[in-house]
Design a protein around this ligand. Sequence first.
Ligand SMILES: Nc1ncnc2c1ncn2[C@@H]1O[C@H](COP(=O)(O)OP(=O)(O)OP(=O)(O)O)[C@@H](O)[C@H]1O
Ligand SMILES: [Mg+2]
Length: 234
Amino acid sequence: MAKKTKKKSRIAARKLVTRDDPKTIVLEQFRMIRENINFLRPDKKLKTLLFTSASAGEGKSTLAANVAIVFAQTGKRVLLVDADMRKPTTHYTFRTPISPGLSHLLTRQRGLDEVIKRTQIKGLELVTCGTMPINPAELLGSKVMDDIITEMKSRFDIIIIDAPPILLVADAQILSNKCDGTILVVSSGKTEKNEVKKAKGLLETSKANVLGVILNNYKLEKDHYYYDYKGAIE
Ligand SMILES: Nc1ncnc2c1ncn2[C@@H]1O[C@H](COP(=O)(O)OP(=O)(O)OP(=O)(O)O)[C@@H](O)[C@H]1O
Ligand SMILES: [Mg+2]
């Protein structure tokens, strides 16, 4: 019983403000982020966007999902990929089964068509984690991952990839090198300056194209909204 309650509250925590509460100021903030990304990719060459952060719980998955939604709202074909194979959450967010998913693609057990899931949002499709593997970094760094990304790029306008924190495991560093652009999520008042610097250094080492930083959890003065984003790529 206790377990059931815990699971329920975890699912409830996965509210998506751009989907569930579209009138707030936050939707505008997400639109701003989308337009900033569009501004950075006038020739649409930045198709694969990786979301990572220095440490855990800074809002990567929340931001990745909401950015995917606001792109889909402009009629784009969007794919959200859960590449945080250590702590996957997109299946909670979109209330779908975790499998089949990315792990099945990486081990060539399934093809892209077999793992892609529709969401309630028109234009937004999903690749969940699949079975959580014991060797995510190895799988994500493989040539198979390159082939998967190439196929995704041929079928979608934009691919948003949710990755683990960069200071904790190698996965995000490996993936950032395979993606057209990387966005670093920083939680206001939580992430230490030197952690952000270290994260940036690691991304530079892996020759990632760092598009910018999104400052999450920024508290606006006299603001009464639950979700506060100081918007945009800085
Ligand atoms: N701006 C915000 N305002 C309020 N709650 C937020 C905000 N951003 C994220 N959260 C909440 O904080 C928690 C952690 O967010 P999220 O799962 O997106 O972080 P994460 O960086 O993906 O974490 P992990 O490193 O564990 O994958 C979630 O419960 C999410 O709903
Ligand atoms: Mg996450």
